[in-house]
Design a protein around this ligand. Structure first.
Ligand SMILES: [Zn+2]
Ligand SMILES: [Zn+2]
Length: 258
């Protein structure tokens, strides 16, 4: 069995439990069958850290983009994104999207504009997007439709079925995180039950959002195992089937393999 953590921030995880050593974090993840990682960029100030991780580890891939909540750092043009994305180890554009939880909707023109630039960079480079959306589902889908977003994933999905359906209709994948293990997440588990098997991905978003049974402790990519395990339970199948499908889906999306 092989599981891929489709969204983590390895440059930000706490390595103190691993003697400060990324290799031992990766080895620990492997004991739970988590063997590949997409390390997602949040701001350009730390892009070189993210890229270095991918360059130094064959099992780590990276993305380039600026998170919708980043206020102070560099805000790249489409051309700048394309230049930074021009590397075999950069397999996605993002994370990008809209977040009206942290930024007031009415004052978020810059956020919507930034999102559009990321979509254009994705369409021009052919590299799929990683979309973050919070309290902004209608605008997120509308901008994806207007800009003809072609491929990508709705990461850390926590919206309703209509939003999932709209993203699926655009050809997007839906990635679930540790949120589906939370006691209060019954509605989300219903959504997770309905997403077609060939459009599912799993992630930790570590160091954030630690799943049960480790909630409250630092998150680690290894715990993708518990996300896959919960998906298996919800969908009345085996973790092997979830691992197989989500690994295939990751390769289909990011490496166009079938
Ligand atoms: Zn996010
Ligand atoms: Zn993230």
């Amino acid at each position: 069995m092989r599981i891929i953590d489709s969204h983590c921030h390895l440059d930000r995880v706490d390595l103190s439990a691993f003697g400060g050593d990324m290799e031992s974090l990766l080895a620990h993840a492997k004991t739970l069958s988590v063997e590949q990682f997409l390390c997602v960029c949040i701001d350009l100030e730390h892009f070189s850290d993210v890229l270095d991780l991918a360059k130094n580890h064959p099992q780590i891939y990276a993305s380039v983009g600026v998170h919708p909540c980043e206020l102070d750092g560099k805000d790249p043009s489409v051309e700048e994104l394309l230049t930074l994305a021009d590397d075999d180890k950069i397999i996605a554009i993002g994370e990008t999207g809209l977040d009206y939880f942290h930024v007031e909707k009415d004052s978020a023109d810059w956020q919507r504009e930034r999102f559009r630039r990321h979509i254009r960079a994705s369409n021009q480079s052919g590299k799929p997007m990683i979309i973050h959306t919070r309290n902004a589902k209608a605008d997120t889908i509308q901008i994806m439709q207007q800009e003809k977003a072609r491929a990508g994933v709705m990461h850390c999905f926590s919206e309703d079925w209509d939003t999932a359906q709209a993203a699926l209709d655009l050809g997007f994948y839906i990635s679930f995180s540790g949120i589906i293990t939370f006691k209060s997440a019954n509605d989300l588990r219903e959504v997770a039950q309905k997403v077609p098997l060939d459009r599912l991905l799993v992630e930790t978003d570590s160091p954030y959002l630690t799943p049960v049974p480790y909630r409250g402790k630092p998150n680690s990519p290894a715990y993708t195992y518990y996300v896959a395990s919960m998906l298996a339970e919800i969908r009345n199948t085996t973790i092997d089937e979830i691992a197989k499908a989500t690994t295939q889906n990751f390769n289909d999306l990011f490496f166009h393999e079938r």
